[in-house]
Design a protein around this ligand. Structure first.
Ligand SMILES: NC(=O)c1ccc[n+]([C@@H]2O[C@H](COP(=O)([O-])OP(=O)(O)OC[C@H]3O[C@@H](n4cnc5c(N)ncnc54)[C@H](O)[C@@H]3O)[C@@H](O)[C@H]2O)c1
Length: 384
């Protein structure tokens, strides 16, 4: 059994996602477990170089997590032939240009969603990756959530019968930052000029979730809103929040399933998790959060009777049965990193490529257009 090194240029690791999910929960964890095992039994040990604008910050991070290499020179890192992979989790707006630069340098590329802030740039990146023949991928972490994996299990087992509808609630209250409670998300999320907006942020997730679990998205109708027009940023400065902070979107899927997703940073949580999906089918229904999933089958369905004159006696939440944790669910970002590393080093199958990434940007763009034009829009197939 041999162990080979894989050099990975990691950009944006001082950010929320880059640090927590990609560096700590994925690459550091993979290094601690002794690398990624390939189908032939060989191991791959990721050897990251951390890239950041602030030398002190990036040096401190490298030291904290036992990483030898770090730099503030992105161009040099991207052009270093000793590193094969470029990864980006920095700002959405710069992503497509960075991908283009890394692809031109012959790197395999992997990145956070969305892969670009416009369809045009997303298409260009995927085309360039195809022309150069490099491996490429986008994070599609929600597919690896235990809650959604349980929904997939139920569907594969035929539990739902014919699926009729999917309704999703995503969101929580993001503090405005103005009365002693700092906001728990970066301010760029609420500024259009900086790539913010919940439609761009979340519709790319809903695209791959719906496509992969319930049927390809064929049409969209989306109503956005900017409920909170003024917020206070990380430095205590008041700014105009001009990006959409809520989206109410309906989707028609291949096979006739109707899906509706509410996404909001202006909603207080009265449900079991920050995101929940309810799937109703002819033979059974399920509700999944990030980890937990409960079911109600056709034969266990109670018979409520509508009567506004008497208080409700049924305890609806108690009428559902939990899907057990029969397996250990690892961090989804780490699973996807391991799959990508195997794909790069052993050419194993991989479906989360930049073309899948384009689809997310496409749905976000169509969602924005639908809102602006107040109408349903079809979702055309992507050809690159
Ligand atoms: N997969 C998911 O569930 C998920 C969740 C949240 C965010 N994201 C995506 O991850 C990306 C980062 O989001 P975040 O919430 O971690 O943001 P963040 O603001 O916490 O981090 C942004 C990172 O980009 C860097 N950066 C910002 N401006 C820069 C510039 N001008 N030049 C170079 N670097 C710059 C910052 O230093 C930081 O490392 C976004 O594209 C977002 O869409 C994905």
């Amino acid at each position: 059994m041999a162990t080979r090194r894989l050099g990975i240029v990691m950009n944006g690791v001082t950010g929320r996602m880059g640090l927590n999910q990609h560096l700590v929960r994925s690459i550091v964890a993979i290094r601690q477990q002794g690398g990624v095992t390939l189908p032939n039994g060989d191991k791959v040990m990721p050897d990251p170089i951390l890239v950041g604008r602030n030398a002190e910050k990036i040096a401190a991070l490298a030291k904290q997590y036992g990483i030898e290499r770090y730099t503030t020179d992105l161009d040099k890192a991207v052009n270093d032939k000793n590193d094969e992979v470029f990864f980006d989790a920095a700002t959405t707006q710069m992503r497509a240009d960075l991908l283009m630069q890394a692809i031109a340098a012959g790197k395999h590329v992997y990145c956070e969603k969305p892969i670009a802030d416009t369809m045009e740039k997303a298409m260009a990146a995927a085309k360039a990756a195809k022309a150069k023949g490099i491996k490429n991928g986008v994070v599609q972490d929600k597919l690896f959530l235990p809650g959604l994996r349980k929904i997939k299990l139920l569907n594969d087992a035929g539990f739902f019968g014919k699926i009729l509808s999917v309704r999703g609630e995503f969101g929580y209250w993001v503090f405005e930052g103005d009365w002693g409670q700092p906001a728990q998300r970066p301010s760029w999320n609420y500024k259009l000029a900086e790539g913010g907006g919940i439609i761009l942020d979340m519709l790319c997730h809903w695209r791959y979730v719906l496509d992969n679990l319930f049927g390809n998205v064929e049409a969209v109708s989306c109503l956005g809103a900017t409920h909170i027009p003024t917020r206070v940023d990380e430095n205590g400065k008041t700014y105009k929040a001009d990006a959409d902070d809520a989206a109410y979107a309906t989707f028609q899927l291949a096979g006739g399933v109707i899906a509706h997703m509410n996404s909001s940073w202006c909603v207080r949580v009265q449900r079991d998790d920050l995101v929940t999906f309810q799937v109703d089918g002819t033979h059974g229904s399920a509700v999944a959060g990030l980890t937990k999933c409960v079911t109600q089958s056709r034969v266990n369905t109670p018979r409520p009777v509508w009567n506004p004159d008497v208080p409700q006696t049924m305890k609806f939440a108690e009428q559902w049965e939990e899907v057990p944790d029969n397996i250990v669910y690892e961090n989804g970002f780490k699973i996807q990193w391991e799959d990508f590393i195997r794909h790069v080093c052993a050419d194993t199958p991989w479906k989360h490529d930049l073309v899948e990434g384009i689809k997310g940007v496409q749905l976000a763009e169509l969602g924005l257009k639908s809102w602006k034009e107040r109408r349903w829009l079809d979702v055309p197939a992507i050809k690159i």
